[in-house]
Write a protein that binds this ligand. Structure first.
Ligand SMILES: Nc1nc2c(ncn2[C@@H]2O[C@H](COP(=O)(O)OP(=O)(O)O)[C@@H](O)[C@H]2O)c(=O)[nH]1
Ligand SMILES: [Mg+2]
Length: 424
């Protein structure tokens, strides 16, 4: 799972990235602070309790005792990555802080080409916009309310569309001619050859192409399509390739009237936009890292640590952060990321194990992996998500909750615990 943070310079991408990954990256108030794409890991809590809660129940029912650890508040799993406290399991998402983007980046302006290649492998994009409108379209500070977040949104969509249009138009007539002799599948294959680097699949292209043709009944044969028609197709493909969600950032400085238009527009089309304050999240993460407060990713508030030694100024700073998140109902960042992953990209969690009765791996680690897989994934898909060898050698699987044997095509559901049997 890979999510790209995109947007014009100076909207708070690097701050968002730093907050979510707790990695200290350069953050400054001028364009092009981010020289190369930063890639990091963001942690999000699963929406349901970790399967170790059920394992605890299972063990208790069988009359065995459990070694408990007060700090874990009941959790008994041993995550290979992330953590689990009080059955709240935190899992990784790859996050890319994409280099700043300016209008006409698809023509190579600014760091355009870097931008385009950075986002090629992303499952979804989160566009960070400056809801407060304090920076112009190229990211230069200009004072409050002088720039409209809607303009930012439109420019980014236009850039993405222009990029894909450019790729398709490159040799459209020649590529589309093949369809004359070989039919629509040949056109699908041509488009696929052009867009496979961006993560497009033939199935995805085929379905988008069919619906595009169906909704434009007056279209002539593909090899005669003009640039505008190809561009309209590119828009449809872009929506599928790079679903785009929006963080209305600097919301701490922006009242809703500044971005309500954009919000209405996006929500009318079924899109997702949420108020965020990356700066607040970063402040909280750093305070938590320093041991001053108790604050976990996704929490809507925090408490001051019992043994924290704070100066008056630090207490004041924390009180300000506390006011902000009370007003906003959290900083919005994890909530947005979680909606993208679980509601929009329809990820479910599955726990592969090697021992179906103890729910451990070969080293005795309890529920070591909580993998996010697309809804509709089969047992064999899960095997591939663990390791190519496990997928290639797949024989059958066992549903560790019921003990039933399941086949390669068995569709998994959220929270499944699965033992995979494979030839090695
Ligand atoms: N008030 C406020 N300022 C923010 C927020 N997020 C970022 N900033 C500030 O906006 C400026 C640009 O941030 P940066 O993350 O470098 O933007 P980027 O160019 O998009 O990566 C910095 O001065 C940040 O401190 C926020 O949520 N609220
Ligand atoms: Mg940056």
């Amino acid at each position: 799972m890979r999510i790209g943070l995109v947007g014009k310079p100076n909207v708070g991408k690097s701050t968002t990235f730093a907050a979510l990954t707790e990695t200290v990256v350069e953050i400054a108030n001028y364009p092009f602070t981010t020289i190369d794409a930063n890639i990091g890991i963001a942690w999000i809590p699963l929406r349901s309790n970790c399967a170790c809660a059920d394992l605890v129940k299972k063990i208790k029912e069988s009359g065995r005792s459990i070694e408990s650890d007060d700090e874990r508040k009941g959790s008994i799993c041993t995550p290979r990555t992330g953590s689990c406290i009080e059955y709240r399991r935190i899992v990784p998402i790859t996050l890319v802080d994409v280099a700043g983007l300016v209008p006409d980046a698809h023509r190579g302006r600014g760091r355009g080409n870097q931008f385009l290649s950075d986002l090629a492998n992303c499952d979804a994009l989160i566009q960070v916009v400056d809801a407060s409108g304090t920076t112009d379209i190229e990211g230069n500070p200009i004072g409050e309310g002088a720039c409209d977040p809607e303009e930012e949104y439109d420019f980014l969509i236009n850039e993405l569309n222009a990029w894909i249009t450019g790729i398709l138009n490159d040799s459209w007539a020649r590529g589309a001619r093949r369809a004359q002799a070989e039919g629509q599948m040949a056109l699908v294959r041509y488009i696929h050859s052009q867009l496979s680097g961006l993560g497009a699949t033939e199935a995805m292209i085929s379905s988008k192409l069919s619906s595009f043709i169906a909704s434009n009944p007056d279209l002539d044969v593909p090899w005669t399509w003009n640039e505008e028609t190809v561009s309209n197709l590119a828009c449809d493909l872009r929506e599928k390739l790079f679903p785009l969600y929006v963080a209305a950032n600097k919301a701490d400085q922006a009242d809703i009237s500044k971005w309500i238009h954009l919000k209405t527009r996006i929500e009318e089309k079924g899109g997702l936009i949420e108020a965020t304050s990356a700066e607040t999240e970063l402040g909280l993460r750093r305070a938590a890292k320093a041991g001053a407060i108790n604050y976990r990713p996704g929490d809507l508030d925090f408490t001051i640590s019992e043994n924290a030694e704070l100066t008056g100024a630090q207490r004041k700073g924390l009180a300000a952060l506390s006011n902000r998140i009370e007003e906003m109902g959290g900083t919005g960042l994890i909530s947005l990321l979680s909606s993208v992953v679980f509601d929009r990209l329809d990820r479910i969690v599955a726990y592969p194990v090697q021992d179906e009765s103890k729910w451990v791996d070969g080293d005795g680690r309890v529920l070591p992996d909580a993998l996010l897989i697309p809804q509709g994934s089969t047992a064999k898909d899960l095997a591939y998500a663990v390791h190519t060898d496990l997928g290639d050698g797949f024989i059958r699987a066992t549903d560790a909750r019921t003990g039933r044997v399941i086949g390669a095509d068995h569709e998994l559901v959220n929270d499944d615990v699965v033992k995979i049997h494979a030839k090695t």
